[in-house]
Design a protein around this ligand. Structure first.
Ligand code: HEM
Length: 216
């Protein structure tokens, strides 16, 4: 890659990194300036949770969008988006523990072990942890095929996160419905692509057998 290409790639990386950090920066700014409304604690928890799920969905969307539009450069940012999802989810839990239960361990443990929405949220966060830890290129090289298998955890994580918000619905279904429909589309696309891939490999091997029998 030439110097201009490298510079473009670096600038793009920094731009995406900075834009992804904006939600938490704006949240800190609004909190400091007391602009978070009547229940700032709730607002902080909700906002961080929303961005955790947004980044998870963006991570899942990268491959379909890359394939649909031929934007191969997007692949480079999948790891960053996944890590942002983990960071926002960890901050979401931290904010919940700090502002909603005041680090009362007894209440925190009861919440995480007895409330269905918190149980699934906690499992999703726990599952995100090994993905974050093994997200480096060195780990990818070290784990080889096991890395891809491990990173398939992103699908149950997405389903658990969706369940986490479905279990919290009181009256408005629109948010859960939007995330649900998007997830159906993203998973449906992947399923369709894998079916296409296996169909074409069956065709290729059938072609190979045909060729072999003809030459024999
Ligand atoms: C131990 C783990 C978690 C705990 C204890 C937890 C707790 C909470 C709580 C208490 C709320 C509701 C705040 C309120 O309405 O007063 C909430 C909302 C939310 N959480 Fe979590 N959460 C956890 C993990 C996660 C994870 C892993 C994600 C996504 C990746 C997530 C995404 C969300 C979202 C999107 C909302 C907003 C739902 C809405 O707008 O109604 N949470 N969470």
């Amino acid at each position: 890659m030439d110097l201009k290409g490298k510079w473009l790639q670096r600038s793009r990386w920094w731009l995406i990194f900075t834009v992804s950090a904006l939600p938490v920066s704006l949240l800190v700014y609004s909190a400091v300036n007391q602009q978070l409304g009547a229940d700032p604690a709730k607002e902080i928890v909700l906002e961080l949770g929303t961005w955790a799920i947004n980044f998870l969905w963006i991570t899942l969307a990268i491959t379909p969008v890359r394939k649909m539009f031929g934007w191969n450069w997007l692949a480079k940012y999948r790891r960053m988006m996944g890590l942002y999802s983990f960071v926002y989810a960890a901050l979401h839990l931290l904010a919940f523990a700090t502002f909603m239960v005041g680090w009362n361990w007894k209440i925190l443990i009861i919440e995480i072990t007895e409330r269905p929405y918190a149980i699934v949220g906690f499992i999703a966060l726990l599952l995100l942890l090994p993905l974050a830890v093994t997200s480096t290129k060195a780990m990818q090289r070290r784990l080889k095929k096991r890395w891809s298998t491990l990173h398939k955890l992103v699908y149950p994580i997405a389903l658990l996160s969706l369940l986490h918000i479905i279990w919290q619905i009181r009256s408005d279904f629109s948010e859960a419905l939007t995330y649900g429909l998007l997830l159906c589309f993203l998973l449906g696309y992947r399923f369709y692509q894998s079916r296409l891939k296996s169909a074409s490999s069956v065709k290729r091997s059938a072609g190979g057998i045909k060729l072999k029998t003809q030459t024999n």
